[in-house]
Design a protein around this ligand. Structure first.
Ligand code: ZN
Ligand code: ZN
Length: 287
């Protein structure tokens, strides 16, 4: 078959893929080439789309053997799409933006879900743009066990639309600490003070972020917080090592995003306990 025919088949069929951007074009092109090489008749169009952050390709043949070959190829590219940014084609991960799943590199993820910061003038800012000044807040409340913060300014006090922040976003606890305590009801004031006064060092991630036997930064429990730890890991060193390796591998991209989090102090003496050989062995077990 002529290269030219393959190219025009790819060009024509790219339009049949309902995807969010152009980042997967190269991936789709390679998949279409492989489908042809496997025996697909180029007279017939191929269709596909993005679903839950992955590439889906709908292709079927009555010929069972061909069908098996086609499936193998489309599955391979579905897997590859899960690691490819939908916008730029760079290395991506499955991310969740307001309950919508999408595969993005860290830069395009932050474009969609900017990091909140607080500047020296007490402004809460996103992408250098202030959205709210801490001094303008007239009422503050928390929900979901302090994991969501709602802030009201004078104009929004009687509406149901506060400025809301979630612990799933970097710098959340930095903000919670910065909001003047007297804006909360008294029992919440006590809970917030208790949280910031009783944080303990986490030996796993190295942040002073353990509260009520769970790390607010890496979400691991300290050793022996659960009776299963000893059963499963035998000793503390093995437990910490494995949790640290999971952080390092960062399968869900959480660490990459939370690198920008300044909520908790870092312990300067924190130690990474696994060796390069151990992480290689561990990856082999996982993937
Ligand atoms: Zn990207
Ligand atoms: Zn931690």
């Amino acid at each position: 078959m002529e290269r030219q025919d393959i190219n025009s088949f790819i060009e024509r069929n790219l339009k049949n893929f309902s995807v969010n951007s152009t980042g997967w074009n190269d991936l789709i092109g390679r998949m279409l080439s492989e489908l042809i090489a496997a025996g697909w008749n180029i007279e017939h169009d191929v269709f596909g789309k993005e679903k839950f952050g992955g590439l889906r390709c709908y292709i079927y043949s009555e010929d069972e053997e061909l069908n098996a070959r086609l499936k193998k190829i489309t599955h391979k590219y579905a897997r590859l799409s899960g690691k490819t940014c939908e916008i730029c084609g760079g290395e991506g991960k499955l991310r969740i933006i307001n309950s919508w799943e999408t595969t993005l590199c860290i830069h395009h993820f932050i474009d969609q879900k900017p990091i909140m910061e607080i500047d020296e003038k007490q402004n809460i800012i996103y992408e250098k743009k202030p959205v709210l000044n801490l001094e303008d807040i007239v009422k503050a409340e928390v929900e979901f066990d302090l994991k969501q913060l709602n802030l009201y300014i004078k104009n929004s006090i009687n509406t149901d639309e506060p400025f809301s922040f979630s612990s799933q976003d970097p710098n959340y606890y930095l903000l919670l600490k910065a909001v003047p305590l007297h804006l909360f009801t008294e029992d919440i004031q006590n809970r917030i003070s208790d949280l910031f006064q009783n944080l303990q060092d986490c030996e796993i991630c190295g942040h002073k972020a353990i509260y009520h036997q769970s790390c607010l930064r890496c979400h691991n429990e300290p050793w022996s917080a659960s009776k299963y730890h000893e059963e499963e890991y035998g000793e503390k060193l093995e437990y910490i090592k494995e949790c640290q390796m999971d952080i390092f591998i960062d399968e869900d991209g959480y660490e990459e995003y939370f690198e920008y989090d300044c909520s908790f102090e870092k312990n300067p003496g924190h130690q990474i306990l696994f060796t390069p050989t151990e992480i290689e062995e561990y990856k082999k077990l996982l993937f």
